[in-house]
Design a protein around this ligand. Sequence first.
Ligand SMILES: CC(C)(COP(=O)(O)OP(=O)(O)OC[C@H]1O[C@@H](n2cnc3c(N)ncnc32)[C@H](O)[C@@H]1OP(=O)(O)O)[C@@H](O)C(=O)NCCC(=O)NCCS
Length: 205
Amino acid sequence: MPRLVVIGAGGHAKVVVELARSCGFEVVGCLDADDTPRLVVGAPVIGKDDMAAALLAEGVRFAALGLGSNRTRERIGLRFEELGFELPALISPRATVSPSAVVERGAIVMPGAVLNADCRIGAFSIINTCASVDHDCRLGVAAHVAPGGRLAGSVVVGDRAMLGVGSAVAPGVSIGDDATLGAGATAIYDIQSNAIAVGTPARPR
Ligand SMILES: CC(C)(COP(=O)(O)OP(=O)(O)OC[C@H]1O[C@@H](n2cnc3c(N)ncnc32)[C@H](O)[C@@H]1OP(=O)(O)O)[C@@H](O)C(=O)NCCC(=O)NCCS
């Protein structure tokens, strides 16, 4: 069984540990800035990020990002790749993924998610529990569609954009880089980069 380390040890790391197991990896443990010995759904916290070289020397080739912050996830993902780890796309066996969908390295697709025809999910992104991404959508690097988020066809989502729990995006709408769409919001107009937009229709605050 291929061995994998999870970076992070908080709530999101828990679901990533279980996702990695469901994808056939042995999770050797978690790395975290707080390296107090403890278990994360049965996976031990084995040290801080500076354990990386020792893990590679032990033959642990794979890493997964258990970090909720989009900016941090992108930065740490790139750093672990530079160190020599492979960050596989982790797609739950309980997700529904079109054969024409593309999921880039380090991206995570949780149980119940649906990825439809010709969509592309950027590196280090999260398609969270029961989120759906419809045909021809394009998601950038380290974006996050939170649980229950719904993207209609041909939506464009920028790098590190955050689409809150239960949000929805109408067909063809663009969400800019580093933008946040609030929980439960409905975007029917484009949202500019760095904006925080809430409500229905979603408007910048
Ligand atoms: C939009 C969001 C980022 C704003 O966070 P914030 O800057 O800390 O905002 P605050 O909680 O200080 O709220 C500021 C105002 O915006 C309103 N507001 C916040 N989020 C809102 C939302 N999603 N929809 C409607 N109004 C919202 C608040 O009621 C408050 O209004 P008031 O000034 O009239 O009292 C946040 O509320 C949100 O929706 N985050 C999504 C979280 C999520 O889905 N995470 C998924 C993790 S898996």
